[in-house]
Design a protein around this ligand. Sequence first.
Ligand code: FAD
Length: 519
Amino acid sequence: KPSIVHCLKLLMLLALGGVTMHVPDEDDVVASLGALRLDGHFSFDDAHAAARDFGNRCSLLPAAVLHPGSVSDVAATVRRVFQLGRSSPLTVAARGHGHSLLGQSQAAGGIVVKMESLAAAAARAVRVHGGASPHVDAPGGELWINVLHETLKHGLAPRSWTDYLHLTVGGTLSNAGVSGQAFRHGPQVSNVNQLEIVTGRGEVVTCSHEVNSDLFYAALGGLGQFGIITRARIALEPAPKMVRWIRVLYSDFETFTEDQEKLIASEKTFDYIEGFVIINRTGILNNWRTSFKPQDPVQASQFQSDGRVLYCLELTMNFNHDEADIMEQEVGALLSRLRYISSTLFYTDVTYLEFLDRVHTSELKLRAQGLWEVPHPWLNLLIPRSTVHKFAKEVFGKILKDSNNGPILLYPVNRTKWDNRTSVVIPDEEIFYLVGFLSSAPSSSGHGSVEHAMNLNNKIVDFCEKNGVGMKQYLAPYTTQKQWKAHFGARWETFERRKHTYDPLAILAPGQRIFPKAS
Ligand code: FAD
């Protein structure tokens, strides 16, 4: 059952801030919006489903759910709410796949737009274009896995991914979309050519690097604040058939990160570079090589971790069946430059689709054990290279020494691949690390509880703030404008100006808690 403590705090904050607390109900929505002619429909009986998310810690009931049958439905609804003006408390939240962590795709007493309904309604929803600059036009509510299935039919695929593909195009583009390809191609927001957006005034606008570029950059990483992304044009590349997927271990953080940085700096390198931290007692030590073959079975069986914190470098090299020999040579040459513990080289060959959809395989296993729909008090940080060692020493050496409850990702990316005209906030350094503490909280007390995980998260954030780590949060869970201003720093002014331009009444994405609805 979702904890509502955070949400209650939020409602109290709104009350203290002097915001009118009239929460609209079904009758209000019917009175306000009932006259709209729609291709789709409003529903009132699935409000509870729209009040849930992956974080499972916050549940805010909307007044209604819009199942749009066309882009016009989205535009007409937002336009109507805009026309109702300041006297109406109605807000509008686009809901992608609802994989937010703390109510970001929810709207208390507002309208949730189920973007997947729009994706399903569009005829031939995903359109692939080949040629010299291959690209795909995908509805904002389409899942990335479906985009991949469609593009693979043409031998093509998007270049930049998230680790998990059962997320929507509009949902990840509203954040950044980061995975092990980002060092080469940048995050997903760096791989978009054009967007179609319904602004907070209810206007449908097409924008790109050249046309309406301010809105284009605003919406990329814009946390849903400037408009609802109804379509995105995404760059494609030829898709490989196969992937050599490799894992090796380090016991020394410095050697691990030096090798990661060496790899992301090289022209000729792997196609995907990530890493994770293995803290003993989590059971992950025994899992990290499941379904992987050891390069040297005898040596591998003798490897003992001796209770140390270990760092796993995860790499892939793409190949087609007739290129297996070349791939073997290239992988060998690249691995020979690395300083991992030699007995810990493990690998497997899988199809490109299997590799990209890898987290879904874990999802199915966790679902079968009832461990997917538990609270997820995740913490995602972007840590500058210059402070990552100080950070690691404290966090892995002290704060998480004895316990943590989920994978910890840690890998570097290059700032040059991020476009600073977008709304994404990153540290001010050439190389920074994405560090994701992906905790699950399956029990209501003790080490598996939300409280325990939050206590550890708070200690980590506290350490960063008190020791000048220069960290920025990714998928930030802030609840006050003061926190958001600090997050955006010098970029707040632009963010606020764009909000006044494209969503002046602050109708959109209220669950991000950045701008209260104008009253
Ligand atoms: P939702 O949760 O539905 O929405 C997120 C926010 O975007 C909300 O504010 C919503 O109002 C807004 N929004 C949704 N759709 C639109 C739209 N069409 N137009 C405008 N605004 C919109 N992120 C990474 O970068 N890399 C990863 O590897 C990664 N792995 C993940 C793995 C898992 C298992 C999970 C649960 C999340 C992961 N994420 C990752 C985070 C993920 O990118 C975000 O949570 C993302 O918002 C989820 O997409 P969604 O479709 O579920 O969006």
